[in-house]
Design a protein around this ligand. Structure first.
Ligand code: NAD
Ligand code: ZN
Ligand code: ZN
Length: 344
C-alpha cells in the first residue's frame, strides 16, 4: 500500500488550502526524495494559490519553495547527492542545462525551467521530490529553519541588490521590508551600501532600523519620493522593489538617482505607469530580476554562515497555513513564517 503524508494543497484558486493526505511520492530515475524539516512561506505562494499570474499552475498542487530537509532516497543514477545530505528545494526546481540562458548561468529564464511549489509540488508537505542537480546545499552550521527563508527570500534579495550595480558607499532603497526586504537590508549593509528602507508600516520600518538601515521612509505618511531624495542627496544609486504593491513600483522609479538602476522583484499582478521622459532624460535603468542561479544560492547562504545575515522567523505548524496566508495578505507577518515539520 502507498504510504501517505500530510500536505497543504491548492485545490481551487483563491480558496483555503486543504490540509490532507497525499501519497508519498517515489523518486524516479535522476530524482531524489527529501523528508521536509522546514519550509518558509513566501508571498509568491500566496500569488500561486490565488492564481495571480498569466502562467497558472495545474490544479491540484502543493506550494512551497523554501523547503529544507534530508535526502532519504535516491532514484536510479543519482550521484550528485547522497542519502543523509541536507538540501533545499528552491523556486528554480530544474532547467534544461543546454540553452543559451543555461550556458550563461541565467537559468531562471530557461524556457524549460520548472518551478518548485508551482509547476512541481513543493515544500508544504512532509516529503518533496527534487532534481539533485538544482537543490541548494545547506551548510552544516545552518539550522534548517534558518536556512529556509534564504533559499528564496535570501537569494532573490541578494541577486536583486547585485543587479542594481550599486557599489560600496552608494545608496540603495529597499522598498518593502517584509520577508524579502528584511533580508535585503542585511545583505545591502554587509555589501557596504547605505540603506534607505521604505514601507507603509511603521513597525516594519522600526525593524529595518534595528537591522541597520541608515534612513527610513513611510511611503504612506509622507511624499516618499521627495523624502528619499532628501535622505540620499538626490536619489538612490540602486532601488530594489520587493513590495507586492503596484504603487511602490512607480514610486521606486522616482526614487532612482540619475544613471541609477531600479530593480523589480515584487510580483503583484498588473502593470504600472512609467514616467518615460524622466527615465530617458535621467538615463535610468529599470530591470527585472528573478531569483538567482546556483552560484548566487551558494553565495547567499555563505553570508548566513558568516553571521552577516539572519532571517527573523516565526515558527508555525503546517496546519496553520491558511491563517498565515491571511496574515500575509494583510501585511501582518513581521518578517518570515517558517513551517516546521516535527516527527510525531
Ligand atoms: P511580504 O508580504 O513578506 O512583504 C511585503 C512587504 O511590502 C511588507 O512589509 C509590506 O508592508 C510592504 N508593502 C506593501 N505595500 C507597500 C508599498 N506600497 N510600499 C512599500 N512597501 C509596501 O512579501 P515577500 O515574501 O517579501 O514577497 C514580496 C514580493 O516579492 C511578492 O510579490 C513575491 O511574489 C515577490 N517575489 C519575487 C521573487 C523574484 O524572484 N522576483 C522571489 C520571491 C518573491
Ligand atoms: Zn519565494
Ligand atoms: Zn535552459
Amino acid at each position: 500500500m502507498t504510504q501517505k503524508m500530510q500536505a497543504a494543497v491548492v485545490e481551487n484558486f483563491g480558496k483555503p488550502l486543504a490540509i490532507r493526505e497525499w501519497d508519498i511520492p517515489q523518486p524516479g530515475p535522476g530524482q531524489i526524495l527529501i523528508k521536509t524539516e522546514a519550509c518558509g512561506v513566501c508571498h509568491t505562494d500566496l500569488h500561486a494559490a490565488n492564481g495571480d499570474w498569466p502562467l497558472k499552475p495545474a490544479l491540484p498542487f502543493i506550494p512551497g519553495h523554501e523547503g529544507i530537509g534530508v535526502v532519504t532516497a535516491l532514484g536510479k543514477g543519482v550521484t550528485a547527492v547522497k542519502e543523509g545530505d541536507r538540501v533545499g528545494v528552491p523556486w528554480l526546481y530544474s532547467a534544461c542545462g543546454h540553452c543559451e540562458y543555461c550556458l550563461a548561468a541565467r537559468e531562471p529564464v530557461c524556457a524549460d525551467a520548472q518551478f518548485g511549489g508551482y509547476t512541481k509540488n513543493g515544500g508544504f508537505a512532509e516529503f518533496i521530490i527534487a532534481d539533485p542537480n538544482y537543490v541548494a546545499h545547506i551548510p552544516s552550521h545552518l539550522a534548517s529553519r534558518d536556512a529556509a527563508p534564504l533559499i528564496c527570500a535570501g537569494i532573490t534579495s541578494y541577486k536583486g541588490i547585485k543587479e542594481t550595480q550599486a557599489k560600496p558607499g552608494d545608496w540603495i532603497v529597499i522598498s518593502g521590508v517584509g520577508g524579502l526586504g528584511h533580508l535585503a537590508v542585511q545583505y545591502a549593509k554587509a555589501m557596504g551600501l547605505h540603506v534607505c528602507a521604505v514601507d507603509i508600516d511603521d513597525s516594519k520600518l522600526a525593524h529595518a532600523k534595528r537591522l541597520g538601515a541608515d534612513a527610513v521612509v513611510n511611503a504612506r505618511a509622507e511624499d516618499a519620493i521627495e523624502a528619499v531624495k532628501k535622505a540620499t542627496s538626490g536619489g538612490a544609486h540602486g532601488v530594489l522593489i520587493t513590495a507586492p504593491s503596484l504603487a511602490a513600483f512607480k514610486q521606486g522609479v522616482g526614487m532612482t538617482r540619475k544613471w541609477g538602476t531600479c530593480v523589480l522583484v515584487g510580483l503583484p499582478p498588473g502593470e504600472f505607469p512609467t514616467p518615460l521622459f524622466d527615465v530617458v532624460a535621467n538615463c535610468i535603468t529599470i530591470r527585472g530580476s528573478f531569483v538567482g542561479n546556483r552560484l548566487d544560492m551558494a553565495e547567499a547562504l555563505a553570508f548566513a554562515v558568516d553571521g552577516k545575515v539572519k532571517a527573523d522567523i516565526e515558527l508555525q505548524p503546517l496546519s496553520a497555513i491558511n491563517k498565515v496566508f491571511e496574515r500575509l495578505a494583510h501585511g501582518d507577518v513581521p518578517a518570515r513564517v517558517v513551517l516546521e515539520f516535527i516527527d510525531s
